[in-house]
Design a protein. Structure first.
Length: 391
């Protein structure tokens, strides 16, 4: 089978499963689950894989809501990634139901022809992208050993070649003071909330003197129990972001200095706990991205390079994967351009007809890209070489 014929074959395989794929997307969207708690989504996806006869490793790599399914016995190995966790309060406002169903469709279509065409595909279920870093755990457990390329798509308001990503590390700051009666004996207290407030103000001042593309945002989780008791405990939570992991480390230290200074000024103690799995910036593999972009354009979805006014900025644990194997993370339009991800409005589009179209188009474009890697002699090696020569 030639390349054009193989691409048409996998497109047909996606169409043949269209009702099932859209059912999976709608089912996941209707029952949002937080990271590492995606038990229903895990069941829906693994059942769909098993229905096609693929052996499924449920609860893969020590994560109860991860999974892996493989097909093919020779040739380049391409991983297609599924995400399926949601956000508190606003559900699938990042459209992970679309990511999951598109990855499922691409994987099933490629698996249907793997032995015939001489390629290998692995469908990976990756929990907890919205904080938790499921993909980082999978990297550590060897899920990407032997993988030649990793593919996924992400919903947005436009069809874009990539998302403008930032490396990120969460931080919790716990302030400890001494309780006292705020009216009778305030001089005996040490106000933990004051330390947290002063730390927050310090970071606010710092923001004026960081690079334009760096980000620091925080919230108060705890600030005392009653106004007439000097707060002995206060907790703030932060996200610190920078364009690169190297820049992130430098910015983390500046933020820590601000928060410790607040504690010192208030005469309280502070414990800073950085998240154990910082997300790296996404390193898109350009030759691989060119392949996907050509396939997307062939389906009527040409991809634009993000401009300042159209870029989608954020952080993802797919960034960590992209530092291990050649990877792509293109954006797929499911809403009007003025509807931002992580909003209730976007949740509606992800679960509606635009989300359905994105599921099928994303599945087809990824499956066609798998065919490029399988059937173009030396292409997988070229992609790997380009990855190795990157920054």
């Amino acid at each position: 089978m030639d390349l054009a014929g193989a691409k048409q074959r996998v497109v047909d395989e996606v169409e043949r499963r269209a009702d099932r794929l859209l059912g999976v997307s709608r089912a996941i969207h209707a029952h949002p689950e937080l990271g590492f708690e995606e038990h229903r989504a895990h069941e829906v996806l693994t059942a769909a894989l098993a229905e096609d006869g693929l052996p499924v490793d449920a609860g893969a790599y020590g994560l109860p809501t991860a999974f892996a399914a493989r097909a093919g016995s020779s040739g380049p190995t391409v991983a297609v990634l599924c995400e399926y966790d949601a956000l508190p309060g606003i559900g699938h406002a990042c459209g992970h139901n679309v990511i999951a169903a598109a990855g499922l469709g691409a994987g099933l279509a490629a698996a249907a022809v793997a032995e015939e065409l001489g390629g290998r595909v692995v469908v990976l279920g990756t929990p907890a992208e919205e904080g938790g870093g499921g993909k980082i755990v999978l990297i550590e457990e060897g899920a990407f050993a032997g993988v030649d390329a990793a593919l996924m798509v992400h919903p947005a308001g436009r069809d874009l070649r990539f998302m403008s990503t930032l490396a990120i590390c969460p931080l919790e700051a716990e302030y400890r003071g001494r309780a006292a009666h705020a009216a009778a004996a305030p001089h005996l207290g040490r106000n933990a909330l004051d330390g947290a407030v002063l730390g927050y103000v310090n970071v606010a001042a710092l923001r004026q003197h960081i690079r334009p593309e760096e980000r620091i945002h925080g919230i108060f989780l705890e600030g005392g129990q009653r106004p007439n008791v000097v707060p002995e405990r206060a907790v703030t939570e932060w996200y610190v972001r920078a364009p690169t992991t190297t820049g992130l480390e430098a910015l983390k230290e500046r933020v820590a200095t601000c928060l410790r200074a607040g504690a010192d000024a208030a005469g309280v103690d502070v414990t800073l706990t950085w998240g154990p799995r910082p997300y790296a910036e996404m390193r898109d593999c350009e030759p691989l991205l060119d392949l996907y972009a050509a396939n997307s354009a062939a389906l009527g979805r040409p991809l634009a390079a993000p401009a300042a006014s159209t870029a989608v900025a954020g952080s993802t644990d797919m960034g960590n994967v992209s530092h291990v194997v050649p990877s792509i993370h293109p954006m797929l339009a499911v809403s009007p351009p003025d509807v931002a991800i992580h909003t209730a409005d976007f949740t509606g589009f992800a679960g509606g007809a635009p989300g359905d179209r994105a599921v099928l188009d994303g599945a087809k474009a990824m499956a066609m890209t798998v065919m490029d890697l399988w059937l173009t002699e030396g292409l997988a090696a070229e992609v790997r070489a380009a990855f190795g020569s990157g920054p």
